[in-house]
Design a protein around this ligand. Structure first.
Ligand code: ADP
Ligand code: ADP
Length: 226
């Protein structure tokens, strides 16, 4: 089973080329790392898989279905740097919003099951005791774990993470890598990162993006490909 199948994907933002003619397959259960220079199109690729940007040309299938049909099986951890932490919302409420993505209703009432599910995810990422904190009070590492918990509340089969350790201290970084290793036993993971430690501790295959796909294959750490 292919978790993701990308065929001839090109994305332009106006005149700016972000991705050109990228084709790639990701097996179910794979842990794929995506590396490449800034502006190489890594975030764009994740957002295209999520269906957040209209693809200029090409086709993307997630577990053999069009993303419009299958979006609810994807968990997404956006880049920390783009999030606003001043919003007055508690840690627990943020994770609950992850539960709602499945149901797509503005008037959704959270069930006790949703609450249980949300609490389980906080526990899983190790920040259950921070449930009632405001997000403005979290450290970088705690906030990143919260974003992962929110993504897990979707109960995804495919987890997409955009540089989850970019603004995180060494201890939280190790914890996040350990967690991702555990999660990979249950779900396919695609991780955008610049961190060689992530690559060596988690990743089993590697893709390099620089506008187009310059490498995709099994990870061989000795090879000078990045
Ligand atoms: P990476 O994640 O590898 O740093 P991005 O996918 O963020 O790369 O960006 C790829 C290219 O697309 C860059 O040239 C970037 O400036 C451009 N780009 C990304 N997002 C937008 C946007 N919303 N509007 C215009 N250009 C964008
Ligand atoms: P940007 O980098 O362009 O600022 P983000 O990557 O932070 O944007 O998020 C883009 C959009 O994706 C936001 O509108 C956000 O609400 C939405 N989003 C965040 N998490 C998920 C998710 N798990 N599933 C679907 N959409 C999501």
């Amino acid at each position: 089973m292919k978790a993701v199948k990308i065929e001839n994907l090109s994305v332009y933002y106006g005149q700016t080329k972000a991705l050109e003619n990228v084709s790639m397959e990701v097996e179910e259960g794979e842990f794929l790392g995506i590396m490449g220079p800034n502006g190489g199109g890594k975030s764009t690729l994740l957002k295209a898989v999520l269906g957040l940007i209209p693809t200029t040309t090409g086709r993307i299938l997630v577990y053999n279905k069009d993303i419009k049909e299958n979006r609810s099986i994807i968990g997404y951890v956006p880049q920390f740097a783009t999030m606003d932490k001043r919003f007055p919302i508690s840690v627990f409420e943020v994770v609950l919003t992850g539960c709602i993505r499945k149901k797509i209703s503005l008037f959704h009432k959270y069930s006790s099951k949703d609450r249980e599910l949300a609490y389980e995810q906080l526990n899983r990422v190790g920040i259950a005791k921070l449930a009632n904190r405001q997000i403005s009070e979290l450290s970088g590492g705690e906030f990143q774990k919260l974003l992962i918990a929110r993504a897990l509340a979707v109960q995804p089969k495919l987890l997409l993470l955009d540089e989850p350790t970019a603004s995180v201290d060494a201890k939280s970084r190790d914890q996040i890598y350990e967690l991702l290793g555990e999660l990979n036993k249950e779900m396919t993971i695609i991780l955008v990162t610049h961190d060689m430690m992530a690559i060596s501790s988690n990743v089993r295959s590697l893709a390099c993006l620089n506008g187009d796909l310059t490498y995709h294959g099994e990870l061989e750490l000795n090879e000078n490909i990045v």
